[in-house]
Design a binder for this molecule. Structure first.
Ligand code: M6R
Length: 600
């Protein structure tokens, strides 16, 4: 949510900032801006809209070797030029970009800034105005920056420049990701290594409560109390090519197509010959000894968690609950005696999940994070991490991360069952390999899915997805995918539940997409389809080989009954993609959304 890039070096900052922001645009794209410094002063460009608009707006004749930039997903204040970052202090001396939310900004305003005329409606502007007040008092930029950070409550990743100092960028972090990228004669500040991979793969992680002075040739990290921090850089393990669309029209389509490859990568990485999950003894014991597992996640990751619950209960015999992260923090259920928490998050940065992680760590419970970004906040703060190996997922709609989450949860459940001495008639690696082949068969049938999307979804206002058991959980995901990118009001329902109220919404031609991949409910779900067809619904049945009937619209290859979600979700992803495409929607960057939700 929002993206930050800062550069200080020998070359022109502007291109590095704009290219970096383009890479971060999927994190927030309602407004953007850059500020660069040179001997003529500070040059600020801001626009409402995308980086492409900013690129046009920027004065390309201005040369500078230091600057900061931002792409925004609005929290406080509407998307507009005045609310776009960078924000400036009253005199224009300080200029700042910020990710996160300052919770006490109104109090700070009342106490310290009653005489300042704020130009924006953002919480961010308060930080830069405070900075100016404190700099006037202390006559010391670092000290003023430190004092400003001490006053803030909430989450922040900040980069600040001073018109009177072209040799430093000042940065700070609390609860929002921030990295310093290291180069020869230059350094960068970014909220995500992806933005600056083209210039460096060496990064210094910044921790909560630290402030950093970034110059051309050195980086100084210190805690808020002034203690200097000595930290080794790490190499970012992201392949630059993975962050490009290549010949695909959209990242989402590329990422749907990558799913078989991701399955094979997971099989390779987690093969027993490769030491399997490589779980350390203490977390292995925590899983084995847990009397209940609590899965915490949001959105698509929550839907993967619902499938994971089935694995952990059926394979490893551990009672498992799945909770929406934003609810769990405020309505914690009665916990069991020996709980284990599993956090599922593609980005590893979701603030709702992190709030739960912080709470349960304070309570002394063990936590395992399953994420696509090892080194992310949820990964660092949990006791153990399992990597999804899905490669960067750029489209806002999650696809390959979802199937990767399911695959890793299946392997985890099998591993846990084994550790508990249970015998299982399920060979995960072989079955995952079969599922990967089946996914490939499906990604080759794009034309069929495009036709179905046109027939069923090009003009509809709403759509229902129905299924039973595991199919129901996949329907929730199918509906989320469709609504988030095509803006069709879509709901996933347990097949038997529709007639308890929601069936009232079925009208002539309402699309009802039904999944029939589970033998034991095949008869029942088809009965539910008949109930809606009798009320005018336009049914589209997706069944699995062996369970199909003549009237089914689409048949998916047979896979092990545990792994049907990996395969049944693919046609739903493609249906959503083509529905959105034909309705003229921005597939990769749907309205109002951002890829990584770092505010609660
Ligand atoms: O990064 P996370 O997996 O924690 O993100 C959770 C949700 O915000 C995310 O899955 C969201 O629902 C997706 N945009 C859905 O496609």
């Amino acid at each position: 949510m929002c993206g930050i890039v800062g550069f200080i070096g020998q070359n022109d900052a502007r291109d590095i900032l704009l290219n970096g922001l383009e890479k971060l645009e999927y994190r927030g794209y309602d407004s953007a801006g850059i500020a660069v410094l040179n001997d003529q002063g500070l040059h600020l460009s801001k626009v409402k809209g995308r980086i492409a608009a900013l690129r046009k707006h920027v004065d390309h004749s201005v040369q500078s070797t230091v600057g900061i930039g931002h792409t925004r997903w609005a929290t406080h204040g509407v998307p507009s030029e005045e609310n776009a970052h960078p924000h400036q202090s009253a005199s224009g001396r300080f200029t700042l970009v910020h990710n996160g939310v300052i919770e006490n900004y109104q109090e700070l305003c009342r106490e310290y800034l009653y005489d300042v005329n704020l130009k924006s409606k953002t919480d961010t502007e308060v930080i830069v105005q405070l900075m100016e007040k404190l700099a006037e008092k202390t006559q010391d930029t670092v000290e003023a920056f430190r004092q400003t950070m001490r006053l803030l409550q909430g989450s922040y990743a900040i980069a600040l420049i001073d018109r009177e100092d072209r040799d430093n960028i000042y940065a700070a972090k609390n609860k929002s990701p921030l990295l310093v990228g290291l180069g020869e004669g230059f350094n960068v500040v970014t909220s995500d290594a992806m933005a600056t991979l083209k210039v460096t793969d060496q990064y210094l992680e910044i921790y909560d409560g630290e402030i950093v002075t970034v110059s051309r040739n050195f980086v100084e990290v210190q805690q808020l109390n002034g203690t200097l921090v000595d930290r080794k850089p790490f190499t970012a393990q992201i392949d630059w090519a993975d962050t490009e669309k290549g010949t695909y029209p959209h990242f989402m389509l590329k990422e749907i197509d990558e799913q078989p490859l991701v399955m094979r990568k997971i099989i390779k990485e987690y093969q027993p010959e490769n030491n399997g999950l490589k779980l350390e003894a203490d977390i292995q014991n925590a899983i084995k000894d847990a009397d209940r597992i609590y899965i915490i996640a949001a959105g698509t990751s929550y839907h993967a968690g619902l499938i994971g619950k089935g694995f952990l209960e059926k394979m490893a015999n551990i009672p498992t609950e799945v909770h929406i992260a934003s609810e769990f923090s405020y309505h914690m259920p009665l916990l069991s005696e020996r709980p284990l928490f599993i956090f599922i998050s593609q980005s590893g940065e979701t603030a709702d999940s992190r709030a739960v992680l912080v709470k349960i760590k304070e309570m002394g419970y063990p936590a395992l994070t399953i994420t696509n970004v090892p080194g992310s906040t949820l990964s660092r703060e949990a006791d153990f991490t399992l990597n999804l190996y899905a490669g960067p997922e750029i489209a806002v709609a999650s696809t390959k991360a979802y199937t990767a989450q399911i695959a890793v949860l299946a392997i985890l459940a099998v591993d846990t069952a084994k550790a508990k001495g249970m015998e299982l008639d399920f060979a995960p690696m072989q079955e995952l390999a079969i599922a990967a082949n089946a996914m490939e068969v499906l990604t080759d049938q794009k034309n069929t899915m495009e036709e179905l999307a046109k027939d069923y979804l090009s003009a509809s206002r709403n759509a229902f997805f129905i299924g039973r058991g595991t199919d129901y959980h996949v329907c929730l995901e199918g509906a989320l995918k469709l609504k988030e990118i095509s803006y069709i009001q879509a709901e996933g329902f347990a097949g038997g539940e529709l007639k308890h109220g929601t069936i009232a919404l079925i009208e002539e031609d309402t699309p009802v997409i039904a999944l029939a991949t589970q033998e034991k409910v095949n008869y029942a779900i088809r009965g539910n389809v008949q109930e809606v067809v009798a009320r005018g619904a336009n049914d589209l049945i997706i069944s699995m080989q062996g369970l199909e009937r003549d009237t089914d619209a689409f048949v998916i290859p047979a896979v092990h009954e545990f792994l049907t979600p990996l395969v049944s979700v693919v046609p739903l992803q493609l249906l959503s993609y083509y529905a959105a495409l034909h309705r003229g929607c921005d597939v990769d960057k749907p309205r109002n959304l951002a890829k990584s939700v770092t505010v609660e």
